[in-house]
Write a protein that binds this ligand. Structure first.
Ligand SMILES: [Zn+2]
Ligand SMILES: [Zn+2]
Length: 417
């Protein structure tokens, strides 16, 4: 069908603005706005019909929406002004009425070159915001999405999170990584948890969050750890990687050295953080999916004293045998019951006296270290207990290092937009 035939049909449907007219042919030429296309088509048709084609009355398709682009842009800029951002994107929730008008027009005119109304609105309001604020549009990862809600006649913001990578050290025992709801009441508060709703009064995530909220102006902080140590184990050495997801931040650029100091002050020598940097959201999956190798320091106790040589031989044997571990009973409620095969990379004796010893073990991520020592009633084979021929238990456990070679690449600094 000829362009002008379609245009004539569009015009015959009722009064229409230049934007809505031009938009029906949006895919036919580049470098023009729909408004410019509309003006051109209206002019040509007027000449062909030898009479002026008025656009006097209110456009029946958009109901005058494109006369109010400035109003929408101003509303958006006002809403955005409460936030720090570098990039934005405009989206539109079209009302049922406008969607219906558009469908009727497409069906009646037979146009095959139209673009949807909301595409044009997003683009035109986006251009106005850009020209007045200088902020860039980002389709992939906008800091803030501005939603134009046409039915409700209001602007809503979706403020995307920021992500901060770091490493933590846990200097005392007895702190879980994240809040642990009381198993008796499920967090509601009861006698056994002293009406706190929690198993432990404080967690690493709760110690870290308040300074982050304060500096970012965010509403919430989600803590993503690269695995977790047992509540009774310390996390020493170089620390364990984590990513903080800060929801709805008011500020996106702040001094991370200051944040580090504030967190360490707030955590009061229980937890210390370091190496903070802004990262992209991909870092969350990277730290969570990683089964990083670990280095542990263990203080162990033997039921019956054994000769030093026997312990050394057993440690050596552990590094030369695949360890088969059935899921320990203590975690069976949250992990599938199956047998995993893991490697001990190195095992070294540091000190020994009477029936006690301090050893260092480096092993694959996902190996249950306490069970490697105790044998877990035969569920872990071989085990240190089994190899030395007497019961061995862990007195104290510290994680000295969480290796992160394989995900280091994803943890580069945040992408430049
Ligand atoms: Zn219109
Ligand atoms: Zn409770």
């Amino acid at each position: 069908m000829d362009l002008l035939d379609v245009a004539a049909k569009v015009l015959d449907q009722g009064p229409i603005c230049d934007n809505c007219l031009g938009r029906q042919f949006a895919k036919l030429s580049t470098g023009l706005s729909n408004k410019e296309r509309g003006v051109a088509i209206r002019t040509v048709l007027a000449m062909l019909r030898d009479k002026e084609i008025h656009k006097a009355e209110k456009c029946w398709v958009c109901n005058g929406l494109f006369d109010t682009l400035d109003v929408w842009a101003q509303r958006a800029i006002k809403a955005l002004s409460g936030y720090e951002y570098d990039t934005f994107l405009v989206g539109t929730k079209v009302s049922g009425l406008l969607a219906e008008n558009e469908e009727i027009l497409w069906a009646e005119s037979g146009t095959t070159h139209a673009e949807p109304l909301k595409s044009e609105l997003n683009r035109e309001v986006g251009k106005l915001i850009w020209s007045k604020t200088g902020k860039e549009v980002s389709f992939e990862r906008p800091d803030i999405v501005v939603m134009l809600d046409l039915a409700e006649n209001k602007v809503e913001l979706q403020v995307n999170p920021i992500f901060i990578y770091g490493k933590y050290r846990k200097l005392i025992r007895g702190i879980p990584q994240t809040a642990w709801p009381c198993p008796q009441c499920g967090g509601k508060g009861c006698e056994s948890c002293n009406y706190t709703g929690k198993m432990y009064q404080m967690s690493i995530a709760e110690l870290i969050a308040p300074p982050v909220i304060k500096l970012s102006g965010g509403t919430d902080v989600v803590f993503h750890g690269a695995g977790r140590e047992d509540v009774d184990a310390r996390m020493l050495g170089t620390g364990r990687p984590f990513v903080l997801e800060v929801k709805e931040p008011v500020r996106r650029h702040f001094d991370l050295a200051k944040l580090r100091d504030e967190i360490n002050k707030h955590a009061n020598d229980k937890v210390k953080v370091r190496n903070l940097k802004f990262v992209d959201k991909e870092a969350v999956e990277a730290v969570k999916s990683e089964y990083a190798d670990k280095v542990y320091r263990l203080r162990i106790i033997f039921k019956k004293a054994i000769p030093r040589e026997k312990l050394e031989a057993a440690l050596d044997k552990l590094t030369k045998t695949a360890i088969k571990q059935r899921t320990p009973l203590r975690v069976a409620h949250r992990r599938a019951d199956k047998i995993r095969t893991k490697r001990v990379r190195s095992a070294a004796l540091k000190a020994m006296s009477d029936n006690r010893a301090t050893i260092y073990i480096e092993c694959e991520g996902g190996l249950y270290i306490k069970e490697l020592i105790s044998g877990d009633d035969g569920r872990t084979k071989p085990s240190l207990s089994g190899l030395v021929g007497t019961d061995v238990q862990v007195l104290e456990l510290d994680v000295m290092e969480v290796k992160e070679a394989s995900h280091a690449k994803v943890l580069r600094n945040k992408k430049k937009k």
